[in-house]
Ligand binder design. Sequence first.
Ligand SMILES: O=C(O)CCC(=O)C(=O)O
Ligand SMILES: [Fe+2]
Length: 338
Amino acid sequence: MTATDAATVVTGNGPRKILSNSIDLKPGDFSSIPVLDLTLAFSPNVADRKTVASSLFDACTRVGFFYVKNHGVPSEIISECFQAGRDFFELSLEEKMKIYIKDSENFKGYTPLLGENTDPAGRGDLHEGFDIGYEYSKEGGKMEGVNRWPETLPGIKAPVSTYFSEMVKLGKKLFQLFALSLDLEENYFDDLVSGKGGIMRLLHYPPQTKEGLDMTQLGIGAHSDYECFTILAQQGGVEALQVLNKGGKWVGATPIEGTFVVNVGDMMARWTNDLYLSTIHRAINRTGVRRYSVPFFFGVDYESTIEVLESCVSEGRPKKYEPINAGDYIKQRLSETY
Ligand SMILES: O=C(O)CCC(=O)C(=O)O
Ligand SMILES: [Fe+2]
């Protein structure tokens, strides 16, 4: 067993213990991560869209993670965004620190290696990151704020912003599938997901040696995500992401060409009264080569209220959570991490 297996993982919905052979919530009993084909999600026929929604329901209640293929995002847009990430991380530390995330009120900018600690039992995460949000024109109240671009690399703004817009588009489609999967009107979430609650990160994980791996210092420590769901692009051929199942076993989320990995976050778990699982995951890069990934965390607009859906409350599943404001919730979670 590893150091993190015996730890408590802090989530926005309370602490979760990871024991050696079980954990104290009800994550799904899975040994692999399902792949959803989104082709029918774009069909004009609602019955087709409902078929995809029903696979999504199965994935969210049993696993909390799934891959999506035929998602409609052009592969050049993805590869140009990865190139922007590689170029950004090649900059000198001094250059990157000019947009240090801690100098921003709203969590925009650069996080150096070990600058973040997702698992409080760990000693810091072995990745560096660059956080970008919705392109606001001025500083605002909760999470609103201008993006901070590196002065010496202006060329990355266009591909990164294009990728952000693509993620908002795909994210909105996924929100409609989430709505259908929960027997809500397909447009139930539409007015809450303008894209302003989206956060995207460019990540770089240097390789960790196979021998003498320090389990308190992983690429990213065991954690659950904060928002409604995450759409993750992984670099092909470089294994690192692992997902915790009911038996306490880490299941590898091997990169699959042409797919994104999607996972439920704590906000959606809260909304669904834990019917949808916000599953714990981590990343360790033991491949010997650098790894790049791009998660896009899609939350609802920050002024929205997250209140347990009535359809997810029953005698056997009493309401577990009080209503919360989305912006306050995210800001609180991020303050605990950085
Ligand atoms: O890079 C990855 O594969 C996972 C990243 C992740 O879990 C996160 O940023 O929350
Ligand atoms: Fe994550």
